[in-house]
Write a protein that binds this ligand. Structure first.
Ligand code: M6R
Length: 613
């Protein structure tokens, strides 16, 4: 995630761009920058931190110009710093680029461009775009400057791979802004005598509600009074605009009422983005240390809250695929217990924010004990990533809602990739098994797109049960942590009492709290433990519980015999199944909280990032 805004019109573009960036801060906020075309020259101002910092810097510099671009960054390549902030320029300083997405082959391209004499100023993947355009411009001579720029951009798009939406200004083509979209969002706002390019509608909604949504592979040429779109074959396309009737607040949430709901729906994309570079990332992380890996004796997973639940799922993965014993600790406990010192221990800290004090304290202890450390984290440059020896980044973009949803499923996705990579590296699984497991993993995002379609079913169900005093969640094996997560989510946002248990445990005590009408959610995909879950359904039903079965297609007929309501999730392999099974529980928490009129995105007593012990 990152936010892009561009303006071409007749007024000074700076206030439009700064204001647009503020509206896009939900997409990233570790640094920001603008480039304005002033008297034939590009003036760039950048600052680390929120857009307010950029605004102060821009006031001092005071650039003026009727076309400009801006960017608010959520770091993926290169720490948050002024040099890594966008816009990025070519060697001449005449081309500026703002970009959202990941250029997967940037290292190869950078090496090639450096050998041709290009000088890079940042660590980002984005900068290769500016230099590639510069390089390609050298080879297109026929046509106007605008045509040359367009051809250079078309050639650049053929050379880069990954997800990208970017905007370009060239000092030699004043009054023209070019946008490119491929698998990252980009929209155009059509105004009167002024037009906008942005990652999302709220950036310009104050000025126009006439929006042109671009398709993947398209290029847009924006002038103050004209907008042209070229399709993926380079042919001019008829423009079709849409009138948006959202208010500003709703628009920032992508049209959803709350960030939590938006973030649940972000999950297919979040998984896709997390997996985009996972194979190479783990290849690099583990490749650094192949000798140590062969001697890896144990893994300690450390995390808090939802991230801890992801870690519990990770234990099943690593033990299954890599054959290495795993302990999972709440970070606040790990720090204060006696941890025997063993050679060959890898400590894995999981954290969305990378700023959780308990997790940081625990990983520091692991370091002191001489363990190698790996962070699974969503925020580049965060404290945790600076402490750990290496980091795997979940690329799910900023998570704004206090209740974690997309970070959770991205963390488990990352843990699965880690487990099979470890297993492959230490010989516990063969190359062909690894390839098969990876293939299944790469299909997960599509299955997640199907899963989020169940909102209506869950929403409907909550009408019946939202006033219950207590909710129970049961699962076994990889689905046990999902039961814990379902309960945590519901508690956090709806303040209802909720508990999750391993289904086999209820007869050892917890069944005593189940009474007439207690809603009990059974995580029971059709796997080797399905029969046992059917028995647990019977046991709860016999105590008067309202039983909801979350199962896969193959389990529906049997589940219907014992449950009052059946929710169907798409079937994937048994180990990936928990990543989909949690989705109905996220919707459940959301809709119960909504019906109870709770403050969903900022529940009472909670903070997004707990930076104190
Ligand atoms: O930023 P972190 O992942 O380290 O945060 C850990 C927990 O504080 C966090 O998961 C918390 O439990 C969430 N509010 C859960 O929704």
């Amino acid at each position: 995630m990152c936010g892009i805004i561009g303006y071409v019109g007749s007024k000074n573009s700076v206030p439009y761009i700064i204001d647009g960036l503020k509206k896009l801060e939900y997409r990233g906020y570790d640094s920001a920058g603008i480039s304005i075309l002033q008297d034939g020259k590009l003036v760039t101002v950048r600052a680390v931190g929120k857009v307010a910092e950029l605004e102060k810097a821009a006031l001092l510099e005071n650039p003026q110009g009727t076309s400009g671009i801006g960017h608010t960054r959520w770091a993926t390549h290169g720490k948050p710093s002024e040099e890594n902030s966008h816009p990025h320029t070519d060697c001449s300083g005449e081309i500026v680029v703002v970009h959202n997405g990941i250029i997967e082959n940037y290292l190869v391209l950078r090496a090639k461009l450096e050998s041709l004499g290009h000088r890079f100023k940042s660590e980002t993947d984005t900068e290769v775009i500016a230099h590639l355009i510069e390089e390609n411009l050298k080879h297109v001579r026929n046509g106007s400057k605008e045509v040359c720029l367009l051809k250079a951009i078309q050639k650049t798009n053929k050379e880069i791979s990954g997800a990208f939406a970017y905007g370009v200004l060239w000092a030699q083509t004043p009054g023209i802004l070019i946008g490119v979209k491929n698998q990252s969002p980009m929209v155009v706002g059509i105004g009167k005598g002024e037009n906008f390019l942005a990652s999302d509608v709220p950036a310009f909604l104050k000025h126009t509600n006439k929006v042109l949504f671009l398709e993947d592979g398209e290029i847009v040429l924006i002038h103050a009074k004209e907008v042209k779109v070229l399709d993926k074959d380079g042919k001019e396309k008829k423009i079709k605009t849409t009138k948006i009737d959202w208010d500003q607040q709703k628009a920032e949430k992508g049209g959803y009422e709350h960030f939590m709901l938006k973030e649940i729906y972000d999950q297919p994309q979040a998984i896709e983005d997390t997996l985009r570079t996972a194979r190479t990332d783990f290849g690099k992380i583990l490749g650094l240390d192949t000798i140590g890996l062969r001697h890896l004796k144990e893994v300690h997973i450390i995390a808090c809250g939802t991230a801890y639940h992801a870690g519990l799922v990770g234990k099943y993965y690593i033990e299954q695929f890599a054959g290495i014993p795993v302990s999972v600790d709440l970070a606040s406990e790990y720090k204060y217990r006696t941890v025997p010192h063993h050679q060959g221990t890898l400590a894995v800290a999981i954290s969305q924010s990378g700023e959780t004090a308990d997790t940081i304290g625990a990983i520091k202890k692991a370091k002191e004990l001489g363990f190698r450390t790996l962070a699974i984290c969503n925020v580049l440059g965060s404290t945790l990533t600076r402490i750990c020896d290496s980091t795997f980044f979940t690329h799910c973009g900023p998570e704004i809602s206090v209740a974690s949803t997309k970070a959770f499923t991205s963390q488990i996705t990352g843990l699965y990739a880690l487990a099979i990579s470890l297993g492959n590296a230490n010989g516990n699984i063969s190359q062909s098994v690894f390839e098969k497991l990876y293939k299944e993993l790469m299909r997960l995002s599509k299955a997640m797109s199907e899963s989020v379609k169940m909102e209506y079913d869950v929403r409907h169900l909550t009408r019946k049960i939202y006033k219950a005093d207590r909710f129970i969640f049961l699962g076994r094996n990889v689905n046990f942590p999902i039961a814990l997560e379902g309960a945590l989510k519901l508690k956090e946002v709806s303040y209802r009492s909720a508990e999750g248990f391993a289904a086999g445990e209820i007869k050892h005590g917890p069944i005593s709290i189940i009474d007439k009408n207690t809603p009990v959610f059974m995580l029971m995909p059709q796997d080797s433990l399905f029969e046992k879950m059917l028995s647990a359904c019977q046991e709860c039903r016999a105590r008067g519980a309202f039983v909801v079965a979350i199962t896969t297609e193959g389990g529906v007929a049997e589940a219907k015999k014992v449950a009052h309501k059946v929710i169907i999730v798409p079937q994937v392999n048994d180990f990936l199944q928990p990543i989909l099974n949690v989705v109905p529980l996220q919707f459940l928490a959301y809709w119960i909280a909504k019906r109870l009129d709770c403050n969903i995105d900022q529940p009472r007593n909670l903070a997004k990032s707990v930076t104190v012990e």
